[in-house]
Design a protein. Sequence first.
Length: 466
Amino acid sequence: MGKMIKIVGVILIMKGLYALEVSLDKIRFDPLKENPNIPEELKAEPSNDIFILQLKGPALPEYKKILREKIKIYGYLPEYSYLVKIEPEKVDEIKNLPFVRWIGPYHPYYKISPECENIKENLKGGIYVKDYGFKEFYDPLYINLPNLKSYVLYLLPDADVKDVSLRLTSFGEIKNVLPYPSNRIIIWTSPSNINSIAKIKEVYYIYPYYPKTIFNNTTKYVLQSYVLTVQANNTPQTGMDTVVAGSLPLWDRNIKGQGQIVTVMDTGVDYYSCWFKDPNGNPPGPNHIVIYDYTNEGGDLQDDQNCGHGTHVSGTVAGDPTRGGANNIADYQGHAYMGKIYMQDIGYYSGYQCALNINNFLNSANTAYNKGSRIHTNSWGYSGANGQYAYEAIDVDVFSFSHQDFLFTFAAGNSGPSSGTVCPPSTAKIVFQWAPHGDIVMMELLIISQAGHQGDQLLIIDINQI
């Protein structure tokens, strides 16, 4: 690859091949050596049928076959452990299987993320828009007041999401309900209600809901070759440079996005802009020169100066100012300017801020796939949830597992440079993450770029760009 792409790395940090601890977000313990100190009010009821089952070693296929005939397996927990459903009268039978090391109740205490005890204040997110100044973005699902905060509740796969959401109304205001396979609910409630919510059997994890915000800053030469010329320029990020020339080996080989439909999920796109203007006046659709389709996935089907970020990102992807006669700035073409864009609009102007809202990420991904798109690019993420495998990060992996010819890309974000500042959905396991650079002559990571491990110690691929 040479200097075309700098890959930071993919490293799985092994915690010991034969580690026998149960590793949860809340606590880590060896169940045969210690009993976790669990508050009495957060212990499981005697009738509980949700357990942690730990094996003596790796789960061989024959072990799984025996277990599936007797219990329901929900998912894996490190190390060699599973979240399972067992009828209470069968617990002793399962314990006596020769490959089972331990079975213990999945206590409500385990469900509550440590983050819930000290929810971080969120810094306001936004972008600088030329001639308009700083434009703030906000997430209508987010709130952080002393006695009212936003939380995301993850439900077991077989939970009745509608029934659980009805029961939750006694604790607060339900802001978002996503059915299977997402199975999560966003609720505004008092922190004093969290212990009671944790006792709902179908809830298996509770985490603060941090707001979505916007990320992106890019140019073509760094990605294609890192052979470039720069000149000083007065930009909002003091000290940044503007690339004015360089080597473009992909374009030289006529790789310019032909035949590709790139899905952009963002605040929308101004298709009257010279970067996207159709010479025949066609509306967005298959006959449009670049905007193959434009759907509302939670936004408002427009992108004016009040938001603007989606137009910027779309320009990075497939913009070409010569479409609208702006030949004097032809060098500002997007990376795949001969491809097409399917815009999934998740932004709307609320009267004083640009709001970001996603109706159902999995549905949106499926729509993109059915329209022929195989690339889904996202320059947004959740500010504050650094290092957490949460929110749409889970959806990305669920969809990618069943659609292995589909690629998600996400921006690294702006919370760096400290380790552990990668935010979801970039914390997904099957995703490309884009990290911005500052001084492109030195090729250093921009000070705001997020970096480091996810919460589960998995380092993901970083493709660094300016």
